[in-house]
Write a protein that binds this ligand. Structure first.
Ligand SMILES: *[C@@H]1O[C@H](CO)[C@@H](O)[C@H](O)[C@H]1NC(C)=O
Ligand SMILES: *[C@@H]1O[C@H](CO)[C@@H](O)[C@H](O)[C@H]1NC(C)=O
Ligand SMILES: *[C@@H]1O[C@H](CO)[C@@H](O)[C@H](O)[C@H]1NC(C)=O
Ligand SMILES: *[C@@H]1O[C@H](CO)[C@@H](O)[C@H](O)[C@H]1NC(C)=O
Length: 200
């Protein structure tokens, strides 16, 4: 009976079966060899860690000379000199802040943190950040780009590292922000703990 079935299979059909069997084998080998590398990529070990600080001196009407940030947009119930009421909701602040290796504002900067933050909730203090670390020092050259929500009353907040250039070509990861100092509404210092999971 078995032999009979075999005999009835035409050579063309056999070829087709052989090809599909080979194709299946190929798929299995490709699949099994791809999965370990896929798995390795998902292991949550940073390829680079970096801790930096940046310092934001907000213009308050009297410090135009050393202010490093300015309110550029305010809701109609506010103005661009003083952050608005209701947890600053609606304010847009542009900054060009020095980045330092330690928490001292007067340490030699290794780059500038440039971008903006917006206050985006009336009920609590929370903001949204989009900025770059732009490096031009012997330690680092290039840039790292960041974006994400900054619920600034939390001790730590995670934002995304969405890319980079130069020494940080194509990097990605997570940056943990913490407020290292906060002086009135004129100065704050953020500690940025970067865990990069893609390094080239
Ligand atoms: C800005 O400069 C003024 C005048 O030099 C100084 O009193 C003030 O402390 C400076 N602010 C910061 C945050 O360094
Ligand atoms: C901005 O608003 C603050 C608080 O409402 C007020 O004290 C200040 O005079 C205003 N400044 C300007 C230039 O309108
Ligand atoms: C980087 O620093 C070098 C040396 O100080 C300077 O010549 C160059 O203009 C700087 N580049 C930028 C983009 O600031
Ligand atoms: C901020 O803190 C609150 C309360 O502690 C917590 O529920 C929330 O998940 C935190 N948010 C972030 C983004 O960490």
């Amino acid at each position: 009976m078995k032999q009979h079935i075999h005999r009835t299979i035409e050579p063309k059909q056999l070829n087709k079966r052989l090809i599909s069997a080979l194709f299946l084998l190929l798929l299995i080998t490709v699949g099994s060899s791809a999965s370990p590398t896929h798995w390795q990529k998902r292991v949550r070990e940073p390829c680079k860690k970096l801790v930096l600080y940046f310092h934001d001196i907000i213009y308050n009407g009297h410090n135009a000379k050393n202010a490093t940030s300015a309110i550029v947009g305010a809701p109609s119930w506010g103005n661009k000199t003083i952050l608005a009421g209701q947890n600053h909701f609606g304010d847009v602040v542009v900054f060009d802040d020095p980045i330092t290796l330690d928490n001292n504002l007067h340490s030699p900067p290794v780059g500038r943190a440039q971008g903006f933050y917006i206050y985006d909730k009336k009920e609590i203090f929370t903001s949204w950040f989009a900025f770059s670390f732009v490096f031009n020092s012997t330690q680092h050259k290039g840039s790292i780009n960041f974006a994400g929500a900054d619920p600034l009353m939390n001790k730590t907040r995670d934002i995304s590292v969405i890319g980079g250039t130069g020494d940080f070509f194509m990097t990605r990861g997570v940056a943990t922000l913490s407020t290292d100092a906060f002086e009135g509404e004129v100065y704050f210092r953020l500690r940025v703990d970067m865990n990069l999971y893609e390094c080239w």
